[in-house]
Ligand binder design. Structure first.
Ligand SMILES: [Zn+2]
Ligand SMILES: [Zn+2]
Length: 369
């Protein structure tokens, strides 16, 4: 479809140009010779392509594809404004890893409902704002310390690991590095092998370096392929060992503390983009759902090449989390148009009386809102 570049009047199509030429001849502005219909059609088509390229470039973080993936985002804690802002910033897909909720759960039923929410309603909610939603399912290390509950959760995990949109087992790993956490970690590595799933590892915030090394040792003892495993929440102390041992190395960009995106830019400049991934881990705490987009822009300002940025904010996440075939670029490159009139399967809607967004439907010029 031609993009109007002349104050809103659409460029003529080939049939219109033919019709114009039946009534008059058109002179070439540069040589004064007579333009044929096919020459004018070619000029119009070229101008349309240039205009489309200009619009596309305006959305880009400095020369990348303009598409971003946030492969670690706890969206159930975020608002619809966040979804809209993420979509505007270029986020086409998010991965929601199962984790704890700030409040320790007391029964397996709470986990069942949580897993159902992130594989069900949240997937629908993201789609209502034009974002594809995938998830990782697992028992987090913090709640693995309740041994009886952990056993019950491990028993129900297989029900969810094969569900549509599940791209990994995670986030799993260590919190305080207790024997109970170790047991749950090893059991879930075996489940990932059984279900042929990549793994997303949460590394501990305390004793990060030692805990990260220990996690990789356990993965290797269990014979898990590092090329199918993302180690997350890295920093300058862990990056070298994680990359050297063949793992995907993710960085969670938190505002003001932990890992900021200036430090990330330096890491990417020093180590290159191979197997490095950026995410926001936005959740119920102080975090930023635009961290991936802001990191892409900052890296561009710091002079990192567009293909390097594209790899760390999009292509690497797609490569590893696309391994089991549930996540595919076709999902957002050939998207289902957003239609907020569609209800969730229990009749639920994201709207509270607002006019629904319906993409691909021409606006009625005679309606005054
Ligand atoms: Zn984590
Ligand atoms: Zn997380």
């Amino acid at each position: 479809m031609p993009i109007p570049s002349n104050g809103g009047v659409a460029a003529p199509d080939a049939a219109t140009i033919e019709e114009m030429f039946s009534e008059r001849s058109v002179a070439c502005p540069c040589c004064g010779g007579t333009l044929t219909p096919s020459m004018l059609a070619q000029l119009v088509a070229d101008a349309g392509r240039m205009e489309q390229a200009r619009h596309a470039a305006a959305r880009l973080p400095a020369g990348g594809s303009g598409m971003l993936i946030d492969p670690h985002a706890h969206m159930i804690a975020r608002t619809t404004d966040d979804y809209e802002a993420m979509a505007r910033a270029g986020i086409v897909a998010v991965i929601e890893p199962a984790f704890w909720l700030g409040q320790l759960r007391t029964s397996v039923g709470s986990f069942i409902d949580y897993f159902s929410t992130i594989t069900g309603f949240e997937r629908y909610r993201a789609g209502q704002f034009g974002i594809r939603h995938y998830c990782a399912i697992g028992l987090n290390p913090k709640e693995a310390n309740n041994a009886a509950l952990a056993d019950a959760v491990l028993d129900v995990l297989p029900r969810y690991l094969g569900k549509e949109g599940v791209v990994a087992l995670g986030e799993i790993g260590y919190d305080e590095q207790t024997p109970a956490e170790d047991r749950a970690l090893r059991a879930q590595i075996e489940l990932a092998k059984e279900f042929d799933l990549p793994i997303m590892i949460h590394t501990p915030h305390r004793d990060k370096k030692q805990g990260t090394t220990r996690t990789m040792n356990v993965l290797e003892e269990c014979g898990f392929d590092p090329a199918r495993c993302v180690i997350d929440h890295n920093n300058e102390e862990t990056v070298e060992e994680v990359l050297a041992r063949g793992y995907w190395c993710a960085f969670t960009i938190y505002p003001s503390t932990k890992m900021g995106n200036e430090r990330l830019s330096e890491i990417v400049a020093r180590h290159g983009p191979e197997r490095i991934i950026v995410d926001s881990a936005c959740d119920w705490g102080v975090s930023d759902p635009l961290a991936v987009a802001k990191s892409a822009r900052l890296m561009a300002r710091r002079g990192l090449p567009a293909d390097v940025i594209h790899q760390v904010v999009y292509a690497n996440a797609l490569a590893v989390y696309g391994l089991n075939g549930e996540m595919s670029a076709a999902h957002w490159q050939e998207p289902v148009p957003v239609d907020q009139r569609v209800l969730y399967n229990n009749g639920n809607s994201v709207l509270r009386g607002q006019a629904p967004r319906v993409d691909g439907q021409a606006a009625d010029d005679d309606v005054i809102v």
